[in-house]
Design a protein around this ligand. Structure first.
Ligand code: SF4
Length: 379
């Protein structure tokens, strides 16, 4: 049996204005405690009988800012992991990297430790926008990070770019995408900026200090971006994910497919043996539970109905769509029977939904309003 592993490294040096991920301010002592706890958690998690013969197929180190990790502690945890779990020979091993944190030396050590997929969080090529988002890297840092990856002959690197930024228009986005394409990444995550309640950005928008593009412009930005990337040979395999053939993120595909994954670290989620659970999003409590030999988890009590809705939402985000027989096998009901019949017929007729080789997927036009379509379908 194959599983994926997600690690949440919970530290950042600063707080970006739009971010609502769980993170703490970095300090060395706290990082040391975190790694101690992570080793205990790794060992305790491996005792699950369901995971006894599991082989880790993909690892994704996210956060937080995992690229600022202390390499020796990271290496120590990695050897610990290998003691308790079997790792696939064909491992996809990703790490999120803030451009200002990855020197050539660091990237080299990470790659010697087995990381074969760094993801650079470039987000924008506009200095003013980076400032406005409270990102700490410069455009020069972004170029340098990719330059270093090229020096080390790392082919499978990804970059993240945000669209729908304050005051963004087609010309500005076009500039960002041109710069991005020039770096020739294997993978591009092209995210729409989401404004999460409680963030600094939310307040700035709420009190009128900043303005986001309206919904028509937002749609135009997404469509324009998708076209440019497709012209350059990147295919969209999920609403926000574009890749050169063969460089799709296997780790994320496993999330969207409903495959098993184990999440370790504060705030990490897991989906194991059809059971979802959430780790506590508080570093002190995370540490203290683990030091008492208890996994810091809460089991998700949601039932099959919520699971079904989640599977539909995630499945329709992928260009291959939802496999009907896999859906029936998993939930004991046909996909067609679970969807709102009136909306289903309307979207099939308008061409937004396409029945295709035993699957149901969104058309190109459908992708541009994926969230709205799925909402109406599962009502
Ligand atoms: S570096 Fe990443 S995790 Fe940290 S605050 Fe910024 S966006 Fe959030």
């Amino acid at each position: 049996m194959q599983i994926s592993l997600y690690i949440h490294f919970p530290f950042c040096k600063n707080k970006c204005s739009y971010c609502d991920f769980y993170k703490e301010s970095y300090n060395k002592e706290d990082e040391k405690d975190f790694y101690r706890s992570l080793c205990i958690e790794t060992e305790l998690a491996s005792e699950d009988p369901y995971l006894q013969y599991a082989e880790i197929e993909t690892i994704f180190i996210g956060g937080g800012t995992p690229s600022m990790t202390s390499l020796s502690w990271f290496a120590e945890w990695l050897s610990h992991l290998k003691r308790y779990f079997t790792i696939s020979d064909n491992l996809e091993f990703s790490i999120e990297c803030n451009p200002e944190t990855v020197t050539l030396e660091k990237l080299k050590v990470l790659s010697e430790l087995g990381i074969n997929r760094p993801i650079f969080g470039i987000q924008s090529f506009d200095t003013g926008t980076l400032k406005l988002l409270d990102r700490k890297h410069s455009i020069h840092d972004s170029y340098l990070a990719v330059y270093n990856a090229n020096l080390l002959d790392i082919k499978n690197f990804g970059v993240d770019l945000i669209f729908g930024l304050p005051y963004q228009n087609s010309r500005r986005l076009s500039f960002d995408i041109d710069q991005l394409l020039d770096l020739e990444p294997a993978h591009i995550s092209f995210y729409q900026l989401t404004v999460e309640p409680g963030t600094k950005l939310f307040k700035q928008i709420d009190n009128g200090k900043l303005k986001l593009p309206d919904s028509d412009l937002m749609l135009g930005l997404y469509k324009g971006g998708c076209e440019k990337m497709s012209e350059e040979g990147y295919h969209r395999y999920e609403v926000s994910s574009f890749a050169r053939e063969g460089f799709e993120c296997r780790h994320n595909i496993r999330y969207w497919d409903g495959s098993d994954y184990l999440g370790l670290g504060p705030s990490a989620h897991s989906f194991i043996n059809s059971q979802r659970f959430y780790n506590i999003d508080n570093l002190n409590e995370y540490n203290s539970k683990l030091h008492s030999g208890i996994l810091p988890r809460t089991v998700d009590e949601s039932g099959p109905e919520e699971r079904m809705i989640e599977a539909i939402m995630l499945g329709l985000r992928m260009s291959k769509g939802i496999n009907r027989s896999a859906f029936r096998k998993r939930f004991g009901i046909s996909l067609r029977d679970r969807l709102n019949k009136k909306q289903y017929d309307l979207f099939i007729e308008s061409g937004h939904l396409v029945p295709d080789k035993g699957s149901l997927r969104l058309s190109d036009e459908g992708f541009h309003m994926a969230d709205e379509i799925t909402k109406r379908l599962v009502k």
